[in-house]
Design a protein around this ligand. Structure first.
Ligand code: KG4
Ligand code: ZN
Length: 340
C-alpha cells in the first residue's frame, strides 16, 4: 500500500510517500520563509504559502520518485491540531486528490505523527513505551501502549519547551524560530555562570512549566548587560535548565510506569544537548531511548504518511464530508481509537 502524506499544520509544507511494506519512498519539506520578518508564524500567510506550494510539491515528489499518481493507494493528511486555515489547505487538497484518484483518505493527529516518527528509523521501539513530545506547541509525557492507545502522564501548564526556546531566543536578538540558533549560541556559552531554575522539579508529578525561564532570562539580561558573551552564557544556562528539567521528568516517568523504552519526538528532540543528555541517562538507568533522525524531529510529512498508513491498513477512512480539528487533545483521539 502506497500512501501520500500531507502536512500543513503550521509553517512547513511537507509531502511524503510511504510504502506500507517497503518503507519510506521519498519526502520533501518546505519551510516557509515568509514569516521571518514578523517574529512568529502569521496564520493567513501560512495558508497562502501552503496553497501556493502544496500541489507543486506533490508533483515534484512524484517526479523525484518516478511514481505515477495512479499508483497511490491512500492519502493521509494532518487533520489537527494546528492553524485552522493551514490545516484546511492540506485537508481540502488531500480530499480532492483522494476523490480524483478514487482512493481513501484518512486524517492524522499531528502529535501521533510525531510520536510514531522513530518507527521510520532502522532502530525502532516496540510497544509499550513512554513518549516525550517536545515541540513548539506541545510538551507532554505519554504512555504509549499501541497506536491510538495513549495515556497522558504530564504536560506543560504554560509554554511548550520549543515556545520557551523561541521566546528566549527572541530576547537574545535571534530571528524566529530561534530554538536551533539559541542551541548554537549556547555552544559558546558558560553554562555555570548563571544558574536558572528547573521549574516544577522540586515537587512530585510529571507536569512542566517553562514560561518562568524566559522571564528569568530577561531579568538576567537586564542585570548583566547584553554583550555577546553574556548572551551566549544565558543561552547555555537556559538550555541546561530545560534539558535538565526534561531529563528529571523522564526518569520519574520511567520509575512511575516501569516502562524501559523512551521515545523523544517533536522539534526540540533535534536539540543536541537533550539527545546527548538522554542517551547518557538511558545508559545509567538501563533504558532504551529512540529519537527520529534530525529532519523528522521537526514537522514533516513522512511521519504523517506512516501514521496514516497504519490507520488505512486497519480500514479507517474519512467520508467526503470532513473537518479539521485546530484544537484536538491527544486523549480525545484515545477515546475515538479505543472504540474502534
Ligand atoms: O515539531 P515542530 O517542528 O513544530 C511544532 O509542531 O511545534 O517544532 C518546532 C519547535 C520550534 O519551537 C523550534 O525552535 C524547536 O522546535 N527546535 C529546537 C531545535 N530545533 C527546533 N529547539 C531547541 N533546539 C533545537 N536544535
Ligand atoms: Zn510538530
Amino acid at each position: 500500500m502506497l500512501v501520500l502524506g500531507i502536512e500543513t499544520s503550521c509553517d512547513e509544507t511537507a509531502v511524503a510517500l510511504y510504502h506500507a511494506e517497503q518503507g519510506l519512498v521519498g519526502h520533501i519539506t518546505y519551510t516557509q520563509a515568509a514569516h521571518s520578518d514578523f517574529g512568529g508564524v502569521v496564520p493567513e500567510l501560512a495558508s497562502r504559502e501552503h496553497l501556493k506550494k502544496l500541489m507543486p510539491l506533490v508533483k515534484e515528489l512524484l517526479h523525484q520518485t518516478s511514481i505515477d499518481k495512479k499508483e497511490i493507494d491512500g492519502i493521509a493528511f494532518t487533520q489537527g491540531p494546528g492553524l485552522a486555515g493551514a490545516l484546511l489547505v492540506g485537508a481540502m487538497t488531500a480530499r480532492t486528490l483522494a476523490y480524483a484518484l478514487q482512493c481513501p483518505a484518512v486524517g492524522v493527529h499531528h502529535l501521533e505523527g510525531h510520536l510514531l516518527a522513530p518507527f521510520l528509523e532502522p532502530k525502532k521501539p516496540s510497544y509499550p513505551f513512554i513518549a516525550l513530545l517536545v515541540s513548539g506547541g506541545h510538551t507532554e509525557l505519554v504512555s504509549v501502549f499501541d497506536q491510538g492507545k495513549y495515556v497522558p502522564l504530564g504536560e506543560t501548564l504554560d509554554d511548550a519547551a520549543g515556545e520557551a526556546f523561541d521566546k528566549t531566543a527572541k530576547l537574545l536578538g535571534l530571528p524566529y524560530p530561534g530554538g536551533a540558533m539559541l542551541a548554537k549560541l549556547a555552544e559558546r556559552g558558560d553554562q555555570k555562570r548563571f544558574i536558572f531554575p528547573k521549574p516544577m522539579t522540586d515537587r512530585p508529578g510529571l507536569d512542566f512549566s517553562f514560561s518562568g525561564l524566559k522571564t528569568f532570562a530577561l531579568r538576567t539580561l537586564e542585570k548583566f548587560g547584553d554583550d555577546a558573551q553574556t548572551k551566549a552564557d544565558i543561552a547555555a544556562a537556559f538550555e541546561k535548565a530545560v534539558v535538565d528539567t526534561l531529563m528529571i521528568k523522564c526518569v520519574r516517568a520511567v520509575k512511575q510506569t516501569g516502562l524501559k523504552q523512551l521515545v523523544v519526538a517533536g522539534g526540540v528532540s533535534a536539540n543536541r544537548a537533550l539527545r546527548n543528555g538522554l542517551s547518557l541517562l538511558a545508559e545509567k538507568h538501563q533504558i532504551n531511548v529512540f529519537f527520529p533522525r534530525h529532519e523528522f524531529c521537526t514537522d514533516n510529512a513522512a511521519m504523517i504518511a506512516y501514521a496514516g498508513s497504519l490507520r488505512l491498513k486497519r480500514g479507517e477512512q474519512l467520508s467526503l464530508g470532513f473537518d479539521v480539528r485546530p484544537r484536538w487533545p491527544l486523549n480525545e483521539l484515545v477515546a475515538k481509537t479505543m472504540r474502534l
